[in-house]
Design a protein around this ligand. Structure first.
Ligand code: MN
Ligand code: MG
Length: 652
């Protein structure tokens, strides 16, 4: 431990120790000491280019999202506190048809500035950091976009492969703050940023050999001591969830471990699209989910798409020559309330924000409404986690149609061609499902089916690896106790359905009464365990040594989701086109698309019928006729409806 680290450690201990505890009172109602400074720090995160309160896929307003709404909370928070700084925590410029249209290069940025940064400049952000999704459109585009930001964008754990920092690792903001006694003080606020080091895996196709990343805590240990010497207060913009206090090196979610690094005063979280403080993280070891602390220091995570504004109030007191945090409070303020399924906005929209991005918003609406073909049947994802699903089948059909001609004439052409896809939109809110009516199809419908700008990628694997892939996907389901007749949840907790890959070209069953081979993070639990049965290729059992080509996306092929055997090493084809482009091409070439025939997987029927429950959107009730094993049973959580699937109720 260096001298400065010892100094910082003792300073932190002092604050946390007996002497410091009394000072750690919650702020509301506690008058500031004369001479103390009340400083308010605001955070947005995971805005994903939602400037307007608009759902481009459905081409209608959505009151649960949009920086235009968060902006009104920012204005109100600033009006309450004379000393206020505003930060953004990344995943800022990618995530909807507006972002895709802006990134397409069809038009230069109006006035030369990327619309998100135009709006953020207008809102006078003080600093920002990069999320993982910033890299989805490539480094050249990201460079042109961030060039328009009139505030520093810091990131301490990504650098060019020659070692130069990709972005400034840290920044020091000098601000004049007004103390409770009216005196003015010049304070230096240090800012440091972090992103999940996995970006180089998730976007390998675009980042390979160009940039490298570093473990979040390791990067903090390198940069925080020097930054601490230059500032009075140190704020970490951590585009990462809490994870656990003793996380593995290189962990995707590292905010808890980061908060324990001496010298950091405040941690802003993101990436997990959840809310902190609050019930999302109740009981998390090392965190106080009521008060809003990680490892004892204030922390906040403001949901996603502008749903919340993170607010941390600090009481800064002068001890000796140093300013230190003598008290704090934190909250995530929502832009809306949902009661009995009805959304009530808690404020207005900011007219200047809407005006600033209007040209791009209108262009995006035109772009997504371009007709591309006709669907003979509705395409929904309401029951994609409980039954073989037509929306997943369509993605797989399009991927195979795209890849087959490209593989012709290669050494892989003689191998069976399979395709892996997953439900991309399957909750957790009633609005986050795919719902494409039968009839004319527009581009926005395809974007709704496949919201991520992934690239078509094919891997060459054998039968053992295919089984491992499916076992990892089957970890999505909780274990159904065959000895209990009363309903049990199909899925324990909230796991992303995009890790529930379905591999078309095969047929198989999933036995959820048996233990899973992997956990939902992809860690091997029991190599002997398995849920996949009746695995057939062309009517014959899939042999262990049978080689096959599987078309998937760059995220999965490069190791995203920690699937066994997928680490980028067996990629045989990396498309220049996005998976979504393949779907658009498929619909355009077919003209009229019949209802895709799923018939890939089914739940293994237990000896006696068993019931498992799950939540989906209430709108799914209109589509139940196509799902004989599924029925509506009542209200679910947070505006969702609860359904039950009976295993073994119907033949198949
Ligand atoms: Mn995000
Ligand atoms: Mg993220």
């Amino acid at each position: 431990m260096t001298a400065i680290e010892r100094f910082l450690m003792s300073r932190r201990d002092l604050l946390r120790g007996a002497g410091g505890m009394a000072a750690y009172a919650m702020l509301p109602g506690v008058p500031a000491e004369p001479g103390a400074i009340r400083l308010r720090l605001l955070e947005t995160s995971d805005l994903h280019m939602f400037i307007y309160d608009y759902d481009y896929y459905r081409d209608r307003p959505d009151l649960t999202l949009g920086l235009a709404r968060t902006a009104e909370l920012i204005a109100a928070a600033r009006a309450e506190a004379p000393n206020c700084l505003l930060f953004d925590n990344g995943d800022t410029i990618q995530g909807n048809p507006l972002s895709d249209d802006v990134a397409s290069g069809r038009r230069p940025f109006a006035d030369g500035i990327h619309p998100m940064f135009r709006v953020m400049n207008l809102l006078r952000y003080d600093a920002g950091t990069l999320g993982n999704h910033e890299f989805n459109y490539g480094l050249d585009f990201l460079g042109r976009a961030t060039a328009g930001a009139r505030f520093p964008i810091v990131s301490a754990n990504i650098s060019w492969s020659d070692g130069r920092p990709y972005a400034p690792p840290t920044a020091v903001l000098e601000r004049t703050l007004v103390a409770a006694d009216g005196r003015r003080h010049r304070l230096k606020i240090g800012v440091i940023g972090f992103l999940p080091p996995q970006v180089t895996i998730w976007d390998k196709a675009r980042l390979k050999e160009r940039v490298v990343t570093e473990d979040i805590v390791q990067a903090a240990s390198r940069h925080v001591p020097a930054l601490r010497r230059k500032c009075d207060l140190l704020v970490a913009l951590c585009h990462s969830g809490p994870g656990s206090a003793n996380g593995q090196p290189g962990a995707e979610n590292s905010a808890l471990a980061l908060a324990a690094v001496p010298g950091i005063d405040v941690v802003f979280l993101g990436h997990s699209h959840r809310v902190f403080p609050g019930p999302d993280y109740a009981g998390l070891a090392g965190a106080d989910a009521d008060k809003g602390t990680l490892a004892g220091i204030p922390a906040v995570m403001p949901g996603f798409w502008g749903s919340h504004l993170g607010v941390i109030d600090l009481d800064l007191a002068r001890r000796g020559g140093d300013w230190m945090v003598a008290g704090f409070s934190g909250e995530a303020r929502p832009i809306y309330r949902r009661e009995a399924g009805k959304v009530t906005p808690l404020g207005a929209t900011s007219a200047p924000v809407l005006a600033a991005a209007k040209p791009e918003h209108e262009a995006a609406r035109t772009y997504v409404n371009r007709p591309i073909g006709t669907f003979e049947a509705p395409m929904t994802s309401y029951f994609a986690i409980a039954a073989d699903d037509p929306s997943v089948a369509l993605i797989n059909a399009a991927q195979i149609a795209y890849a087959r001609p490209l593989l012709a004439g290669t050494p892989h052409a003689s191998l069976p061609l399979l395709s892996a896809a997953s439900p991309m939109k399957a909750g957790p809110t009633p609005d986050s499902f795919t719902d494409i009516p039968a009839g004319p199809v527009a581009l926005r419908h395809v974007a709704d089916l496949y919201p991520y700008p992934n690239l078509i990628t094919a891997v060459r694997v054998n039968g053992v690896q295919v089984k491992g892939w499916l076992e990892r996907a089957a970890a999505f389901f909780s274990r159904r106790d065959p000895g209990r007749e009363e309903p049990q949840p199909l899925v324990a907790g909230r796991h992303p359905a995009y890790n529930f890959d379905v591999i078309a070209g095969l047929t198989y069953s999933i036995d959820i009464t048996r233990p899973a081979r992997y956990d939902t993070g992809g860690r091997l639990l029991d190599a002997e365990a398995g849920r996949i049965g009746d695995l057939m290729l062309d009517g014959r059992p899939l042999a262990d040594d049978q080689e096959v080509i599987v078309v998937t996306n760059n995220y999965r092929a490069s190791g995203g989701g920690s699937f066994p055997g997928l680490d980028g090493g067996n990629i045989v084809f990396q498309g220049p086109d996005a998976n979504r482009d393949a779907i658009v091409r498929y619909v355009e070439e077919k003209g009229t698309v019949p209802a895709p025939a799923p018939g890939v997987w089914r739940f293994k029927a237990p000896p006696r019928p068993l019931v498992a429950t799950f939540d989906s959107a209430p709108a799914g009730r209109d589509h139940l006729a196509a799902y004989p094993a599924i029925r509506f049973i009542g209200e679910g959580e947070a505006g969702m409806a609860r359904y039950a699937v009976t295993l073994g109720a119907v033949p198949g």
